[in-house]
Design a protein around this ligand. Structure first.
Ligand code: HEC
Length: 256
């Protein structure tokens, strides 16, 4: 008995030592991979713009310049006035002068929307988010191709369409805070505590459909052919479980 006990203790100790050194080996191997990012690389990634405007690059752009850019680089997907519902839900519309005064979009109240779709300007509370998003992600088919001043320009144009800034405005890092004071839904953010807790209850009220459920989804928007594979093949980026399959964007769309 005594002997067996001693042996098994030794085996455990040996096992632990083995596992320990294997882990150390793996760690060493991981450390040997790649290299530290250079300061220039970190700087290139570090482009976020915060609601307090930390990270906002210096620059400016006029509504007039923005309109030109919009026509050539954005309108094909979002419509001439940011109102298109073809490729993505509309960016502009559904906000009123009153909303600009109160900072709360009335049309967001249940069932009271004055446009059929909730638009970006109805929802977004911070103008910094728009700058950040356009700067990093748009145009969809050529992200990060706009210069800083061009981002200011198209943003100025969008804000002018929503009456946040006048048509002769020049938007800049110096006056962006004034635009923020006129964002129609600037007071629309709420803190919903349960969502911040692991065991909190969600805010979804819909009941899952269990019988006579619709089977065919109606496709209401699609990317234009020239931009379909701008983000790679979506079929390869979707999970293989669940109901949703990504469209194979490596191929041209099937003829209707
Ligand atoms: C090839 C089509 C295409 C072009 C061109 C394009 N966009 Fe977009 N845009 C999209 C799509 C698709 C989305 C939604 C992306 C997503 O949700 O991942 C989007 C989203 C946006 C949003 C965010 C809306 C929201 O509520 O989240 C903004 C703002 C925007 N685009 C601005 C622009 C600007 C400015 C330009 C021109 C510089 C531009 N877009 C050009 C397709 C396009």
């Amino acid at each position: 008995m005594k002997l067996t006990f001693k042996l098994s203790v030794a085996a455990v100790a040996l096992g632990a030592a083995f596992a320990g050194s294997a882990m150390a080996d793996t760690k060493a191997a991981m450390m040997a991979m790649g290299r530290d990012a250079t300061p220039a690389e970190v700087k290139a990634w570090d482009i976020d713009v915060r609601p307090d405007f930390k990270g906002l690059p210096k620059g400016s752009g006029s509504v007039a310049k923005g309109e030109e850019l919009w026509e050539s680089k954005c309108a094909s997907c979002h419509g001439g006035f940011g109102e298109s519902n073809e490729v993505f839900t509309p960016l502009i519309g559904g906000t009123t002068k009153d909303d600009i005064k109160t900072g709360r979009v009335k049309g967001l109240e249940e069932g009271k929307s004055i446009v059929p779709q909730k638009t970006t300007l109805m929802k977004v509370a911070t103008v910094s988010t728009l700058f950040d998003y356009i700067n990093r992600a748009m145009p969809w088919n050529a992200p990060k191709s706009l210069s800083t001043d061009e981002v200011y320009s198209v943003l100025a144009y969008l804000l002018s369409l929503a009456d946040v800034v006048p048509a002769d405005h020049v938007l800049s890092d110096q006056n962006m805070a004034d635009a923020q004071k006129r964002m129609p839904n600037r007071n629309g953010m709420t803190y919903f505590e349960p969502l911040w807790k692991v065991n909190g209850k969600g805010d979804v009220k819909n009941v899952a459909c269990m019988k006579d459920c619709p089977t065919d989804a109606k496709i209401t928007s699609a990317l234009p052919d020239y931009a379909k594979d701008a983000q790679g093949n979506t079929a390869e980026q979707n999970r293989t479980i669940g109901p949703v399959r990504g469209l194979d964007t490596s191929k041209p769309a099937p003829a209707k």
